[in-house]
Structure formats: C-alpha cells, structure tokens
Ligand binder design. Structure first.
Ligand code: SF4
Length: 350
C-alpha cells in the first residue's frame, strides 16, 4: 500500500503570535485515519491542546482553520472550511463551518490546517503564499468595516484573487456573536469566533496557493464526479435551490406554520411573500455565485433598485438572516431588512 496521503496537502501551519514562531508540521496518518479532516482535526486538537479553564479570549486559546480530503479536488460542493476555538459566547466548543474559496486555497498553499496561538502586541494580518508566511502590520485597517478592509488588503498585496478570512469592528469590540468573514459575505458566523480572532489582534488571514492536490485514482474519480454532477443536475430541487438558496424556506415555513414570527410567539404572517426568497429572486437578484468547484451556485447577488436604499448591494441573504430581520421582528419591508443585513455583515456580526 502507498504511503502517500491522497486528497490531503499533508501539512499543518502553526503560527504563534506571542513568539512570532512559524512552524510547518506534517499531518500524521493517525490523525487522518481517526479524525479525517475539518471539524475532526480541529476538535481533536482543541481537546488535547487547550487545557480546561483557559479563558476563550486569552492568549492560551487557539484558533483553528481546517479542511478535509474532499476539498480542492474538483468534487462538486467540495469547498467547506471548519473554524474552531473555545467559544467566548458559550465557554465550551466553538465551531463554525463556511463555504467560499479559502479552504481550497489553503490546500493549494500546502496546508490542511492552520493553528493560531498566542496574541500579537499590535494589530496584524497574516499573509500566506505557499512557503512564505508573513505577519504584516494592520494598524491602517484595524477598525475598518469588512468590505473596506478586504479591498485595502487586496490593494496592498496587489492581488484581486487572493482569499481572505477577515473580521470587522464587531469582533474588534469583542462582540460575542461576531464572526469571521470569507469572500466578504460568507461568515463562519456562530459561537463568537470573530472575537477570538480579534483577541489575538489579527484583522485578517490572506492566503494564496499555487500547488495542487492529488487523488488516488484520477480516472475513476473523474467518472465518479461526472456521475455525481449528473445526479445533482437532474434532482428536482436543483433549480429552486439554485435560484433562491435557503431563502425559499421562508415562504414554505409560513405555509407549514413554523416561522419564528414576533420572536417565536407566532408561526405565520400575512405578508410572507413581501419578504420571501421568491420575491428576492424576481425583483432583486442579479446573478448567482458559487463556492469553489460547486455546480450549484446557490448564493445570490442582489441589488436594491428603488427607494431610499437604492444602490445597496450584497450577497445572500440566507434564510436565518432573512427571517431574522423580517418576520422575527415584525418587519414587512424587504429593503429595510436587506439594509440591516448588509450593515450587520459589514460590521462582522453573526
Ligand atoms: S454554492 Fe451553495 S451549494 Fe455550493 S458549496 Fe456553496 S453553499 Fe454549498
């Protein structure tokens, strides 16, 4: 049997911001066989490396990004990244999963997992380009909302295709439901991981990889991918999911009677269509966006075309945000909801 770990980049990047030490470690077969990747890698390491009693916003907490063997190899939907730390919101496991392009880029740079330890003395961002890892001063972008900081980093690095994990002012102010954002609009939103990143004084991690990932039997794999794509394309839910993403749940939830209306005190509203994914698709959406190698581009780019918020644009929203800013608070104005979601995103909140 070959010793090679097909489907993996084969290494872990460990950065200690207190000591400025940067280490690249091989992943072991024991880790791969027992924990597979992504959440398994992160949770195992959190359990063994972060002792009981560590305060989530202290230098002893560790912030981890990990991906798995199905990412970056051309498999449809193979784009997920897991972010993990001890949560400042719950005091226990903090774990959030996100799509986008960062996970694949991480593997092309040569890493299945990135572990951030310690705390920087001043705001920094981390730039990773294959073997080169730099810790760069971020004084000029600390405090900026996500969209502006994202552009500033891309300008500084002169690279508009670089993948960036970034936090906003909410995290910098240690808001316990702040997230880490990818591709501007995609957050690893849950459990306050943005605040953990901010406590380490990291505004962003920018990554670029020029490598590739080998699979074990390329011809068989290619046939498998073709079959899988055919199955996905021919599924009856393909087009509804592609056109509306999870935003279509809102109207269905109203029909079935399980909306979180008026903070879960009611289950149906009489204005559901006005704030629905169906209406978004017809009146607001201008194009679809996909995560890395995904053939089901379920994310939608919208523009507000009329009223006092005309010109505001963004990606999404998914069901939770849409329901949260409409039926949950008794708001039937879709423009206001999109404006609020846009603001929450730019500040970096869940
Ligand atoms: S585009 Fe949608 S379906 Fe495809 S990986 Fe991303 S979140 Fe999943």
């Amino acid at each position: 049997m070959s010793n090679r770990l097909y489907g993996y980049a084969g290494r872990i990047l460990r950065i200690n911001l207190s000591t400025q030490e940067i280490r690249k470690e091989p992943i072991s077969k024991e880790l791969v066989y027992n924990y597979l990747g992504g959440r398994g890698f992160n949770v195992r390491r959190l359990y063994y490396e972060v002792p009981k009693g560590v305060k989530p916003l202290s230098p002893k907490n560790k912030l981890m990004f990990a991906t798995g063997p199905l990412v970056g190899i051309g498999l449809p939907l193979g784009a997920r990244l897991n972010v993990t730390a001890k949560s400042p919101l719950t005091g226990i496991l903090g774990d959030s999963n996100v799509g986008g392009h960062f996970a694949a880029e991480m593997k092309y740079a040569g890493f299945d997992q990135i572990i951030i330890e310690g705390t920087s003395k001043k705001p920094v961002y981390i730039y990773i380009h294959d073997e080169d890892v730099e810790i760069i001063d971020a004084d000029g972008i600390w405090g900026l909302p996500i969209s502006k900081a994202y552009d500033a980093i891309r300008r500084e690095l002169k690279d508009w295709r670089i993948q960036i994990a970034i936090i906003g002012p909410a995290a910098e102010n240690l808001v316990l439901f702040s997230g880490i954002f990818f591709n501007v609009y995609r957050p690893a939103a849950r459990t306050g991981l943005g605040a953990v990143m901010a406590s380490k004084m990291i505004k962003a991690i920018a990554i670029k990889g020029d490598g590739y990932i080998e699979v074990a039997r390329p011809n068989d794999f290619e046939r498998f991918v073709e079959e899988l794509e055919e199955t996905i394309y021919s599924h009856e839910q393909y087009w509804p999911r592609r056109i509306m993403g999870t935003s279509r749940i809102l109207l269905a939830a109203n029909r079935l009677g399980f909306l979180p209306a008026k903070h879960f005190t009611e289950a149906v509203v009489d204005y559901a269509y006005k704030v629905s994914g169906e209406r978004l698709a017809i009146e607001y959406n201008v194009k679809n966006r996909a995560c890395f190698s995904c053939i089901l581009p379920c994310s939608r780019f919208y523009v507000i075309k009329t009223g006092k918020f005309a010109g505001i644009y963004g990606e999404g929203p998914e069901y939770e945000a849409l329901a949260g800013m409409t039926v949950r608070i008794g708001n039937d104005d879709l423009n206001y909801a999109l404006k609020a979601i846009n603001l929450a995103n730019d500040l970096g909140m869940d």
